[in-house]
Ligand binder design. Structure first.
Ligand SMILES: NC(=O)c1ccc[n+]([C@@H]2O[C@H](COP(=O)([O-])OP(=O)(O)OC[C@H]3O[C@@H](n4cnc5c(N)ncnc54)[C@H](OP(=O)(O)O)[C@@H]3O)[C@@H](O)[C@H]2O)c1
Length: 344
């Protein structure tokens, strides 16, 4: 008997990717249910060769559902995840609603799969922010080798990280520039077409944005609370994949060659690092791929034991949907959940 899996937010950027990834990876699901808001009731989404009719989340009965992949934003998750969890369905949440709750494990399977053990406290497991997920996949093997003291990261984040309406805004604005229509900013605080915006999420009192704060707190929770991190998060006019320029300071010596060898063997990482024109990965090439790509590995001559990296990954996959499905796989492979008895 297989599992019954529900996807809340199945019509969204991440939800659609979840459906593809469940199918691609042959997740042992007997039934997959697509849920969204009332606006989408009856619309269709693809799950492999099957077309699923979208049902509304309101009043959906989760009592025979084993796993809920929740991808409908923080407020929906705050309201619904505890109710769904109380019906004995494990929620794997993509929003930031539960990430900082001490009773909710925050998991990137390549980094801290063992931390999943405490998931029964709330029956909720959190998925990190997209920019954190790819970063910690690259940092973990280097931390194991040379102990990271401090990280300075600048992100170049695609518009799909802000949802499907944000991706539409880049398209519409780009078109408007060419046909000389007036430009309208709805999802972004400034024009995104042919521009870059040094603000993701809201500002805090200390001058950092909430996105920058998330990278600090999530890296500590997933990897090591002793790591100091400072971030500048920037939105760029790219549809899919986030890139990050990362400067790392270690306690112990590590050369660029050693780092390259370590990352070549590390789970989830793919090194593309030729010191020649085009010998690195760009967001366009990482889109649709599962790996966290690492390029431009070099020593930082301005500090002791410093390295610089360029890290790129598909934010809708490793940054969200793939990571969520990998968490579900950990639950299944470690026999942490069993399929519920289904009504005949
Ligand atoms: N995009 C990324 O890179 C990324 C990475 C990590 C985490 N996340 C998180 O993943 C979540 C989804 O992001 P996204 O990019 O897929 O957003 P999106 O494209 O805007 O999709 C949002 C989804 O949520 C559904 N939804 C909205 N309100 C709902 C309600 N009241 N009840 C049920 N469903 C509702 C929408 O359904 P309708 O079509 O019916 O409106 C849609 O399916 C967010 O929490 C986001 O922070 C995203």
């Amino acid at each position: 008997m297989g599992y019954k899996v529900a996807i809340v937010g199945a019509t969204g950027n991440v939800g659609r990717e979840m459906l593809s990834i469940l199918d691609e990876r042959g997740f042992p699901a007997d039934e997959v249910v697509a849920l969204a808001s009332r606006r989408s009731q009856g619309t269709e989404v693809s799950y492999g060769d099957t077309v699923l009719k979208v049902k509304t989340l309101d009043n959906y009965d989760f009592s025979d559902t084993d796993i809920c992949l929740m991808s409908a934003g923080g407020s929906v998750s705050k309201e619904w995840s505890p109710k769904i969890a109380a019906e004995g369905c494990v929620v794997i949440d993509n929003s930031s609603a539960w990430r900082y709750d001490a009773d909710v494990p925050l998991i990137v399977p390549e980094v801290n799969a063992d931390a999943i053990a405490s998931f029964r406290k709330r029956n909720i497991i959190a998925n990190p922010n997209c920019s954190t997920a790819q970063l910690v996949v690259a940092l973990k093997p280097l931390h194991d080798r040379a102990r990271i003291k401090r990280v300075v990261v600048s992100t170049y984040q695609s518009v799909s990280g802000a949802g499907k309406e944000a991706a539409d805004e880049l398209f519409t604005q780009t078109r408007a520039v060419f046909v000389t229509d007036p430009l309208e900013n709805k999802k972004f605080p400034k024009r995104i077409a042919f521009n870059v915006i040094p603000q993701i999420d809201v500002f805090q009192d200390d001058g950092f944005t909430r996105e920058e704060w998330k990278m600090v707190v999530e890296t500590k929770k997933i990897l090591d609370p002793k790591i100091k991190l400072v971030a500048t998060c920037v939105r760029v006019p790219v549809f899919v994949s986030h890139a990050e320029a990362v400067a790392i300071e270690f306690e112990n010596p590590i050369t660029a060659d050693e780092a390259r060898d370590i990352l070549r063997e590390a789970p989830g990482c793919l090194v593309i690092d030729k010191r020649e024109p085009g010998g690195y990965i760009t967001p366009y090439e990482a889109a649709g791929e599962d790996a966290t790509y690492i390029s431009r590995i070099r020593e930082d001559p301005t500090v002791d034991n410093g390295l610089m990296l360029w890290v790129v990954s598909d934010n809708l996959r490793k940054g969200a949907a793939l990571n969520a499905v990998q968490i579900a796989e950990v639950l299944v492979n470690r026999r942490l959940i069993q399929p519920k008895q289904k009504a005949a």
